[in-house]
Design a protein. Structure first.
Length: 235
């Protein structure tokens, strides 16, 4: 279809309708991990359908009461209510951005408080609130999520609550012996994973070595080209 033939008004209306549907759907997609949920004897779908298959191990099925960890406030899973009924750290960041765009500050605050609760109880924002994720986190985007929320609400109370807990997580988790490296970068080493390949613990050093090699290559090209590097332009 030619670009000048597109119905931009119709396209804009469809996007607005979709946005309105998402805006009105946040509440219906919320889940909880409170007493009735963690006492649920139903199967742990994530364990059976994801963890067991990824690991290649034949694990015995588990139910929610064996693996689900308590969270004080409702949350919206990244994949919606029908799949992955846990609160994943990485997914939650992008969910929060969508909620902020729709002005759902009430829901965002609860999700942020859940993550701060994880730091308080478990020492880190967990990969997700399951017992088999107790040894690992995900990229620490929650600090930015807290700032984005503060920028939208000026909720100083939550900001003041967050700061000491974020400092605690940074010093006691990301800078501990299992996650820090000589380069100053941190790894995602899972301290409870018996199947972790040892070479993954050196991922940060490898990345730093690649960056240093690239820097040296640029300097060499600069020298050989008489002060001009094709990567950087004139010196």
């Amino acid at each position: 279809m030619q670009i000048d033939k597109l119905d931009f008004d119709g396209l804009r209306d469809r996007w607005r309708n979709l946005d309105d549907a998402i805006r009105s759907g946040w509440d219906s997609d919320m889940r909880t991990a409170q007493e009735p949920d963690i006492n649920d004897k139903g199967p742990d779908w994530t364990w059976t359908e994801t963890i067991s298959k990824i690991s290649g191990q034949r694990y015995e099925p588990r139910n929610n009461s064996e693996t689900l960890l308590f969270l004080p406030f409702p949350f919206r899973p990244g994949a919606g209510k029908g799949a992955f009924p846990e609160m994943f750290a990485w997914d939650s960041y992008f969910v929060i951005l969508g909620m902020l765009a729709h002005g759902r500050h009430d829901l965002v605050r609860g999700m942020l408080l859940n993550q701060l609760f994880m730091i308080l109880r478990h020492g880190r924002v967990l990969n997700a609130n399951r017992t088999y994720f107790l040894g690992r986190s995900q990229p620490p985007l929650h600090a930015d999520a807290i700032w984005q929320y503060y920028e939208a609400t000026r909720d100083r109370e939550l900001l003041m609550l967050s700061y000491p807990l974020l400092c605690q997580e940074y010093r006691q988790h990301w800078l501990d012996k299992d996650h820090s490296t000589p380069t100053g970068l941190a790894t995602h080493n899972d301290t409870t994973d018996p199947f972790l390949r040892p070479e993954l613990a050196a991922e940060a050093e490898t990345l730093q070595a690649l960056l240093l090699s690239e820097r040296q290559l640029c300097d060499l090209e600069l020298l050989l080209n008489g002060g001009f590097s094709p990567l950087e332009g004139s010196s």
